[in-house]
Design a protein around this ligand. Sequence first.
Ligand code: KOT
Length: 830
Amino acid sequence: GQEKWPKGDEKTWKTAMRDITSETPDITKSIVHHVQTSLARAPYNIDDFGAYQAAALSVRDNLIVNWNTTQIEYSRKSQKRAYYLSLEFLMGRTLSNALLNLGLLDQYSSSLSSLGFGIEDILVQERDAALGNGGLGRLAACYLDSSATQELPVWGYGLRYKYGIFQQLIKADDGSQLEAPDPWLEHQNPWELPRLDVTYEVRFYGSAQRWGEGTGRATWSGGQEVLAIAYDVMIPGYGTRSTNNLRLWESKPKRGFDLQSFNAGNYERAVESSNSAAAITSVLYPNDHTSFGKELRLKQQYFWTAASLADMLRRFKNLEKPISEFAEYNAIQLNDTHPTLAIVELMRILVDEEELSWDSAWTIVTNTFFFTNHTVLPEALEKWSVPLMEHLLPRHMQIIFDIVTVEKRFPGDRDRLARLSLIEEGFPKQVRMANLAVVGSRKVNGVAELHSNLVQKNLFPDFVEFYGLSKFGNVTNGITPRRWLDQCNPSLSALITDTLKIDRNVWLKDLYKLKGLLAHVDDPQFQARWAAVKHQNKERLALFVERQLGIKVDAHALFDVQIKRLHEYKRQTLNILGVIHRYLLIKSLTPEERKKVVKKVVFFAGKAAPGYYIAKLTIRLIVNVARVINADPDTNQYLSLFFLPDYSVSVAEILIPASDISQHISTAGTEASGTSNMKFCLNGGLLVGTVDGANIEIAEEVGDDNVFFFGNLTPDVEDLRYRHTYHPIPVEQKSPALAHVLNTVSSGIFGSDGVYEPLLNTIREGDFYLLTDDFDSYIRALEMVDEAYADRTEWVKKSIRTTAKMGKFSSDRAIQDYAQEYWNIESVKF
Ligand code: KOT
């Protein structure tokens, strides 16, 4: 039966079901089978969500087979493996990605269509897996995709949060952000395999008794034990059967938990301790770039690193190799300092349990770990209070003190030792996790050239002197072109394949092949097709906005996008003040003059940490400026503005292909890399940006003339800040244009009662992020965008050239760097 089977129409379905014959495609049968068995529903009683579930279960069957084969192969080959420890994996949706990677998209699409469903309607039924805050978590997800694609034996380890990043709501009355929980596991999750048999006990609190004079050994006992249960998420590679594993831990009370309290008749206390065990993996911390020092967060970190290491050790023991060879078989990448306790935990296992000497244990540890730093912002650098650590992890605190003692064996002046120190003096004393991560790792890297230099020069200069430069490196971030081009922009992918005349499988695995597009830059027909694809993606976004916000959007206008976490250093404030400047300018023109203005639609999206007052105020300003601007009949055909609520991976997949320009405008030296900048350029959008992070390397690749740079440079930032403090110049003098905008906001046209004064005062006083220094050159950059956009043919050429030169930014290249220069692992082919 190839005719459509309309959903909900029982009679048609019943006839159709009789039509299932040996001719019916296996995929169709498999979907129907899952409807009837796994979901226990009648096929004619299935809605889009049910069809999604059945299709997902059917795809999952394929993944499980590949996953099993891969894992058996890994065990059989006994090669060195790498582990990516990350507290965040921002996966987004899985079905479309799995179908692409398995090469089954067309087949499922036609099977679903024969069952009366459109694939597009089915794919959007899936909820995002949003176990991350932003760039750091999404990077981890791209790296898993690239590792599997290159058949590298890499596993991810993380936590199975019951609640992912909060859902963002915008309050109707005042435009401010509200947070709601994200119960993403409400419906069963077809992409994970519960491994109820893979469990480990993780201890907290208790006491540590030293023994074995001079060996550094101790016994840790008492306290509370919590159970870690494994959930495996299958990670298919693109165009290969290779399917890797992301193991996420869930916390659970131990069976017969706190029997003592039970027996003592203290039922309430026993239940309390079971609640506290379950609480460990209950929620993802929604703070980006801030370390709060909360006990529950430290519990998460230890719970996760202890379970992961126990799991690695068990796997290693199956190889029956001497423990001294641990580092020859295992490389562990630390995604920022969050998993730094793994260094201490491996020391504990090797010294206390394996009874190795301190020095041999330390040699193994410092050959196993690799540390990636993702930010130089001081507020993000993790510190844990010594009393808290002593209380929660008494044995680990001893080991950290012992590492300090050993480090002191090396000569050096006292001042430098203090700076090298893992312990910061003060009340209370604090453990500096970044310093511990540097000391305990084989190599330390930043995530873009500029950032890696700042890591060496500003963050760890004493360590560079101490260990030499060879311990420090750079791996510029990358993004997976599967999700961030083929999946989110199928029309562009098809046009590229058609133009390059090579198989999609080839260029999606070797992104440098895109430079073949350069040969067609001057072909007017190709230019027209390229422009048509961009326009189609803008229409798609316009439709999305209309459905979400009920406002029509002109897809012929220039689309200008800034989407990222709200943070002062990312300077969304600079952007919104620029929008107000443009609004006031258009407003001051005569109707005749206005006709010459480049029409523009500005999009913002992003979440603010729930406790970040200034970031939340910025959202409020954007939303209220949008309300005024969009309602102004004098200007709204020339300029409109949208804040799209609840930014997510899935929303990014609609916004990114639709941008003409995107903004990456952090204060120079503050954005370590950025990865959405790469995504926009890969999709033929141009950048407005500061000379910061990966913007610099993007410009190196695509050429300065294809990027709109502005603003002060990193080496000048320190001096400018000094002058703000000691020789302040009023905004009126520095930038009359900016002063006018600030005064307009103060005047109350976007909300009175001085609501925005605290935000405006961050600029008028101190201006740590240098908005007053960069505003005029920012406005000039936007004027240059207008001029360039006016010559549409030249613009399309820039767009093509940009995409063509993005080869370097594939996460396949980044993972190759890690695999070769750091982990020393090889592909497992089968
Ligand atoms: C820091 C602390 C907690 C949670 C997240 C962070 C964090 C995130 N630090 N840096 N990042 C971003 O990481 C991305 C991937 O490397 C970078 O592209 C981006 O510039 C960082 O801001």
